[in-house]
Design a protein around this ligand. Structure first.
Ligand code: MTE
Ligand code: MO
Length: 252
């Protein structure tokens, strides 16, 4: 059975067997185990909580599908982004030598990584799919540094629960829990299909979270922060996506 149909079955099964009062019980259970997503309080809250809790309990260590080289898309689709401005153009003209990824928050020491600093760390290459919530997708090879290794370099404190990451323009930002942050396929990507990561695909640096929908794969990242609560970020829902009606947890 595919991962998606299994998830649907579990979620449907849980809610059908339980009924409305059971839903509240399930939500309570999820809370006890720290499995309530940051946007779990609203209209779609109980559903979002069930999906997230079920995935965390059943598939926390599963891998997103990786594809053979022959299935790499010939014409991958780059979604439009907001204009990045003159300062970005200057960074690009300098080959992004001055690009820095700042890392702060609940870590032993704040860090700043250049692209070449990141390339000194372990490298992971993976051929995975970008799936947009609007219905299109493509497959590419992504090459980068596992987020796990970036975090380890900074020494994550035990109370950490989420990693929040921001686009250069700050219009796009998102967060993932430590389970996804430490997952081997979550990579800070600096190359694609054997070249530098093109700006149209989020270069010079992009988060790739292949176990979740495309909007979690934020382009042009230059700041990450480790936290135990998402309340202080934006509207407190964990990312820009729930502010626009999408769910914070977007597992696929
Ligand atoms: N900085 C930034 N990152 C972003 C976006 C954006 O508008 N700005 N769009 C997101 C959405 S909705 C999707 S589906 C993917 C699209 O990735 P692609 O352009 O490689 O197809 O990027 C995500 N990352
Ligand atoms: Mo998207």
């Amino acid at each position: 059975m595919s991962k998606i149909s299994r998830r649907k079955l579990v979620t449907a099964g849980l809610s059908a067997a339980a009924g409305v009062s059971g839903l509240a019980a399930a939500a309570k259970l999820a809370q006890r185990y720290g499995l309530v997503p940051p946007d779990g309080g609203g209209l779609y809250g109980p559903g979002a909580t069930l999906t997230y809790a079920a995935q965390r309990l059943l598939t926390a260590n599963s891998l997103a599908r990786e594809f053979p080289r022959s299935l790499i898309s010939k014409a991958p689709f780059a979604n439009a982004v907001a204009p990045l401005g003159d300062a970005f153009a200057r960074l690009q003209a300098g080959g992004f030598a001055e690009w820095r990824l700042m890392l702060d928050g609940m870590i032993a020491r704040p860090m700043s990584f250049s692209l070449s600093d990141l390339k000194q760390l372990p490298v992971r290459r993976q051929i995975t799919e970008v799936v947009c919530e609007e219905g299109w997708s493509y497959i590419a090879e992504w090459i980068g540094t596992p987020l796990q290794d970036v975090l380890n370099a900074a020494g994550v404190l035990p109370q950490a629960r989420y990693v929040v990451y921001f686009s250069y323009d700050r219009n796009w930002w998102d967060s993932i829990d430590m389970s996804d942050a430490l997952h081997p396929q979550t990579i800070v990507t600096w190359a694609m299909n054997d070249g530098d990561l093109p700006v149209s695909f989020g270069g010079p640096l992009r988060m790739r979270v292949p176990r979740q929908l495309g909007y979690k794969s934020v382009k042009f990242i230059n700041r990450m922060t480790v936290t135990d609560s998402l309340k202080g970020f934006g509207k407190g829902l964990g990312s820009a996506a729930p502010e626009g009606g999408y769910s914070w947890y977007a597992g696929i």
